[in-house]
Design a protein around this ligand. Structure first.
Ligand SMILES: Nc1ncnc2c1ncn2[C@@H]1O[C@H](COP(=O)(O)OP(=O)(O)OP(=O)(O)O)[C@@H](O)[C@H]1O
Ligand SMILES: [Mg+2]
Length: 262
């Protein structure tokens, strides 16, 4: 669904994305995990043709980006950082304008109202869709951004930190929504700096560190037993004893994570 080869983006001396080989497969719920500044948003922007790569290749749904971005983007729903909206207009009107700017002609126009109702319902904004966006809370704006990503019923959803600003219930609703959409065949790529969020939601994980993709695998294989046991204790003797018991040996070297022996 998404592949990149040696994808690199430099901003002057800063290498925001460095030789990334991303592999998001059809049907994945792929979690891009990384701390602040690790390059998540830059990578997402590159995938959507919003910034140009310094070098490397991008393919989304079998088409090269940015060359074929016009054909690809109508099938992609995206949410990047803080979603923008006209503050004096209602959420519903904002969605309507956004949809009208997209392709589709008369058929899209005819189904617009229904699709907007559906998206507002999906993100839990059905009751406030007519209020001006300036009266929305942060979480409500985030939900509106998510609704904007959904109005075209995309095959691929790209969500940059979708949990930002949501309360625990909002995060739970978001998780259920993403899993539900994925079960209907939508492939999802989302970024997050929260391991727990990715663990609960995703089937595949990529870890970004200072612009590099340092790990990419199925969550199930990452969770599978490694046969290794880490003993982490501030008490050196306890570390010794635990290791001896585990190995069934009388003498054993202390745990490498034991501070007394560092
Ligand atoms: N337009 C830009 N001009 C210069 N540097 C930039 C630009 N955009 C991003 N960067 C730099 O690229 C690096 C990666 O930034 P990016 O926004 O992609 O990180 P992130 O993982 O999304 O972080 P966060 O979790 O805070 O959203 C950072 O060092 C940032 O300063
Ligand atoms: Mg970011």
């Amino acid at each position: 669904m998404i592949t990149t080869r040696a994808l690199t983006k430099r901003y002057g001396a800063v290498c925001a994305v460095q030789s990334v080989d991303l592999d998001v497969r059809e049907g994945d719920r792929y979690g891009l995990l990384g701390p602040n500044g690790s390059g998540k948003t830059t990578l997402v922007r590159l995938l959507l043709g919003l910034v140009f790569a310094t070098s490397g290749e991008i393919e989304v749904m079998g088409q090269r980006i940015p060359r074929h971005v016009r054909e690809v983007l109508p099938q992609v729903g995206a949410l990047i950082e803080e979603p923008a909206a006209y503050p004096h207009l209602s959420g519903r009107v904002n969605l309507s304008l956004l949809d009208a700017a997209g392709p589709g002609g008369r058929a899209a126009r005819r189904s617009r109202r229904k699709r907007i109702d559906e998206a507002l319902e999906q993100v839990g904004l059905a009751g406030v869709g007519r209020r001006p966006v300036k009266a929305y809370s942060l979480g409500m704006r985030q939900r509106l951004g998510l609704a904007a990503a959904l109005i075209r019923r995309p095959r691929l959803l790209i969500l940059d930190e979708p949990g930002n600003g949501l309360d625990p219930r909002g995060i739970r609703d978001l998780r259920e929504l993403i899993i539900g959409l994925n079960e209907t065949g939508v492939t999802v790529l989302l970024s997050s700096h929260l391991l727990a969020e990715v663990e609960q939601l995703c089937t595949r994980v990529g870890v970004l560190d200072a612009g590099r993709l340092v790990l990419q695998d199925d969550l199930a294989s990452l969770r599978a037993p490694t046969g290794r046991i880490l003993v982490d204790t501030p008490d050196a003797d306890q570390g010794w004893r635990a290791r001896r018991r585990l190995r069934g040996r009388r003498r054993a070297a202390p745990s490498p994570r034991c501070p007394a022996h560092r």
